[in-house]
Write a protein that binds this ligand. Structure first.
Ligand SMILES: Cc1ncc(COP(=O)(O)O)c(C=O)c1O
Length: 430
């Protein structure tokens, strides 16, 4: 069916996906005015575009092909409705806790397509994942091997394992986002991994099914993935036992998005260069993108509370804060922003700050924005990943509501927290 053209539709340069665009000077998420969402559900508010998620999933799927297992990294945003949306698209899932497994189950999704990573899984988490028929445990600490073997013995099953290797590759990203250098807690060094493989392959209750690496987050270059695979391939080639029964190469997630600056990772180019190497070794790829699938599909809308000047700095005070979106304070992340109603107001340089009692409570520093006034709405883009998922109740602030927009349809997928919920677990038992 031909899509009716919307004559006054214009792109929003700050947004990472065309689902967010202007119509008649008003910001839209798909076919719904963002101001109307705030009028209905309040501010601050997380809004996600279903079409943007679908679009990004299709990009990853077509780049890596039908033989790849595409696992959404649940940690990026674990809302049940978003998990169901990704499940309907055919995604598997990358879990890092028993809590995430429970979420998957609460969403009615089978764990048979899920991989379970994490540097120190607890016995109850291993038990729960085994009982749920998890596809693969990504193992990265030697003591976990003993826990998994014991769990397999107790159940009389062979536990499917992929060993997470640390190939010591520089991912050229923020120090807190790099995960495959020496002296980080993740993975097993290649020099130590041979012994771990021997331990796995000699145990009747374990089966080595693959190798896993995850280089870090927000990578934009392809070379680190190529270098990591070449090191893993050399590791496998050194001893036939390292290759026996191995079917999967899990290259992790970390596909970078633009955040308004530079280029996002070219996922097609990554697949075009890496896939032939993986296939030449008789392996199938697993990919675990989180941010790439959901980051640009979500925005945080916040209302301007006021303005003030301190020293030489102009502050734009907004009703969202570091407890709603931690990334700027934690990683100095720069989220693109744009007014919800397009304006001709002159641009000014401001610090966009929330009401939380921390100097580190900012959403942007030294940002050029059109002058906004109390009551105006500001859209913070690239907030779908690690936004709501990292939100807290610091300063006894309730978490924002979340909506999923699909064309003209709007679904409230998380209610704004009520204040009483914040202390309900603190009451004395009756
Ligand atoms: C093992 C693993 N896989 C996948 C991801 C997802 O990373 P991203 O959201 O950057 O794609 C992470 C993030 O920390 C991770 O630790």
């Amino acid at each position: 069916m031909p899509v009716p053209s919307v004559p006054d539709r214009s792109p929003c340069a700050a947004s990472g996906h065309p689902s967010f665009h202007y119509r008649g000077g008003e910001l839209y998420c798909e076919d719904v005015a963002v101001a109307a969402l705030v009028a209905r559900f309040g501010s601050p508010l997380y809004a996600y575009s279903a079409a943007a998620i679908t679009d990004r999933y299709a990009t990853v799927r077509s780049a890596f092909g039908a033989d790849a297992h595409v696992c959404y990294a649940v940690k990026a945003n674990s809302n049940l409705s978003l998990l169901r949306h990704l499940d309907a698209l055919g995604a598997g899932f990358d879990l890092v806790s028993g809590g995430e497994l429970a979420r998957l189950q609460a969403a009615g999704i089978s764990a048979g397509q899920a991989v379970f990573a994490g540097v120190a899984k607890e016995p109850w988490e291993i038990e729960a994942a085994l009982a749920a028929g998890i596809m693969l445990f990504n193992v990265e600490s030697p003591h976990e091997i003993e826990l998994l073997a014991a769990a397999g013995r107790a159940r009389g099953v062979r536990v499917p394992v992929a060993l997470r290797l640390n190939p010591d590759v520089d991912a050229n990203t923020h120090a807190h986002l790099t995960t495959a250098r020496k002296d980080v807690k993740f993975g097993v060094d290649l020099a130590r991994a041979g012994t771990v493989v021997e331990r796995i392959t000699s145990d009747p209750y374990l089966q080595l099914r693959g190798y896993h690496v995850h280089l870090g987050s927000q990578l934009r270059a392809i070379e680190p993935w190529l270098a990591a695979f070449d090191r893993v391939a050399a590791f496998m080639a050194a001893d036939p036992r390292r290759r026996e029964g191995v079917q999967w190469y899990d290259l992790g997630g970390g596909f970078g998005i633009a955040y308004g600056q530079g280029e996002p990772l070219d996922v097609g180019a990554l697949a075009a260069q890496l896939l032939p190497r993986i296939v030449a070794h008789g392996l199938r790829p697993i990919v675990e993108p989180g941010r790439y699938l959901i980051g640009d599909a979500g925005m945080l809308v916040t209302a301007v509370s006021g303005r003030k000047v301190g020293g030489a700095t102009a502050f734009l005070l907004v009703d969202a804060a570091m407890n709603d979106l931690l990334r700027p304070a934690l990683y100095q992340a720069e989220h693109p922003m744009a007014p919800v109603r397009a304006t001709d107001a002159a641009s000014e340089i401001v610090d966009v700050v929330g009401p939380v009692c921390e100097t580190g409570d900012f959403l942007a520093r030294k940002r050029a924005l059109p002058a906004l006034q109390r009551g105006d709405l500001l859209a913070v883009f690239g907030a779908g990943a690690y936004g709501s998922a990292m939100a807290s109740n610091y300063n006894t602030r309730p978490r924002p509501g979340e909506v999923l927009v699909d064309g003209e349809r709007v679904r409230l997928i998380r209610r704004r927290q009520r204040l009483e919920q914040l202390w309900e677990d603190e009451q004395e038992p009756a």
